[in-house]
Design a protein around this ligand. Sequence first.
Ligand SMILES: [Cu+2]
Length: 95
Amino acid sequence: MGGGAAQSMRGFAGYRIGIRNFHFRPARVVAPAGAKVTWTNRDEEPHVVVSAAAQFKNSPALDTGDSYSAVFDKPGTYACFCSIHPQMTGTIVVR
Ligand SMILES: [Cu+2]
C-alpha cells in the first residue's frame, strides 16, 4: 500500500486507509480540509466504515478489495468504526 501519492494530475494526494487484520491502517490520519480519504478492505471479511458521530455517510458493506471514499471539507476530528466489528476504530483529523 502506497502513501497515496500521485492520485491526481495536480499532485493533490488522496489519503488511503487499508483495512487489514481487523484494523484500520493507519488508525489515525491527519489531512487538510477538502481531503478525500479512501478506505480499502484488504481482509477476507466484510467491513463497514461508520462515522461515530454521523459526520459522514456510512460506507456500504465492503467486500475484499472494495473501496469507499469520503471527502472531509471541515476541520475537526472524525472518529470511525466498523459496524460489524465495533472494536475496529479509526480517527481522521482534518485541519
Ligand atoms: Cu469490520
